[in-house]
Ligand binder design. Structure first.
Ligand code: NAP
Length: 246
């Protein structure tokens, strides 16, 4: 049986712009108490994308959004935002792991820094979040974890534009998929859903504009409602939403 979202608490990691912003606002509009995480809290010169803007955009939609500044390449920042969310909102029902590191490079010349940042942001950080957030979900035998993936994590043809030049990104996202499938099994006895969502080519789907909650949130909200009984361990594409799934 699917569960309703109003009154639940979501931690959205990577929420200051792009699809993470659309997810945070979409969850707020569904009545969810959202804690939104990113590095940029206030607008900087020439840059409006920041948590303050998301908090203001959410004001008219639903419960106030809690903005938490953190650099999730640092383990201590991850612990802090989990602790601050628990202290302010009491629990975490929905965990959206959306923040990313992605840089283009030649397959024979991926800089060491790109390997390190890709695995710190796309593998170690989501693993650390799951490790810290899952226990209180296990205590309540309820929760949904959504891992933002990409087609580039799959063995698609090398000349596909989602793959070309993104070896470290695709490799780290493939590892992230494995974390998701692994934890979907570990957490199944506790009725916690863990699923992967690939948003597709965001700029194309959003027509070159900022992705809107109306466009991008519906499949995310569907996954947020799942339990291990209804759907877990699955990889879904936003582009197939209302076509081949739900
Ligand atoms: N865009 C696409 O076409 C596309 C295609 C397939 C899959 N995806 C997936 O969809 C997800 C979102 O993509 P997007 O294009 O919307 O990403 P984006 O616009 O680059 O946004 C990434 C978010 O993560 C935050 N972030 C980055 N580094 C961080 C750090 N060290 N600590 C804390 N927060 C950090 C950013 O905020 P700050 O900069 O303020 O920290 C921002 O809110 C990703 O997981 C990506 O793999 C995207």
């Amino acid at each position: 049986m699917s569960v309703s979202l109003a009154g639940k608490v979501a931690l959205v990691v990577g929420a200051s712009q792009g699809v993470g912003r659309a997810y945070a606002l979409g969850l707020a509009a569904a009545g969810v108490h959202v804690a939104a995480v990113a590095r940029k809290v206030l607008p900087s010169a020439g840059e409006t994308a920041c948590l303050r803007e998301v908090m203001e955009a959410g004001r008219a939609l639903g419960p106030p959004i809690l903005g938490l500044g953190a650099d999730i390449s640092r383990k201590e920042d991850i612990s802090r935002v989990v602790d601050e969310t628990m202290a302010s909102l009491g629990r975490i029902d929905i965990l959206v792991l959306n923040a990313v590191y992605a840089r283009f490079s030649d397959a024979f010349d991926v800089p060491d820094e790109d390997w390190e940042r890709s695995f710190a942001l796309n593998v170690r950080a989501p693993y650390t979040f799951i490790k810290l957030v899952a226990p209180q979900m296990m205590d309540r035998r309820a929760g949904s974890i959504i891992c933002m993936s990409t087609r580039g994590s799959l063995p698609i043809p090398i000349d596909d534009s989602a793959h070309k030049g993104l070896l470290a990104y695709g490799t780290s996202k493939a590892a992230f998929n494995r974390i998701a499938t692994y934890f979907s099994e570990e957490l199944k006895p506790y009725n916690i859903a863990v699923n992967m969502l690939s948003p597709g080519k965001v700029a194309e789907l959003a027509g070159g504009k900022d992705p809107t909650p109306e466009q991008f949130a519906p499949p995310l909200l569907y996954l947020a409602r799942q339990t291990a009984e209804t759907m877990t361990g699955q990889f879904r594409n936003t582009t197939d939403w209302n076509v081949s799934w739900p």
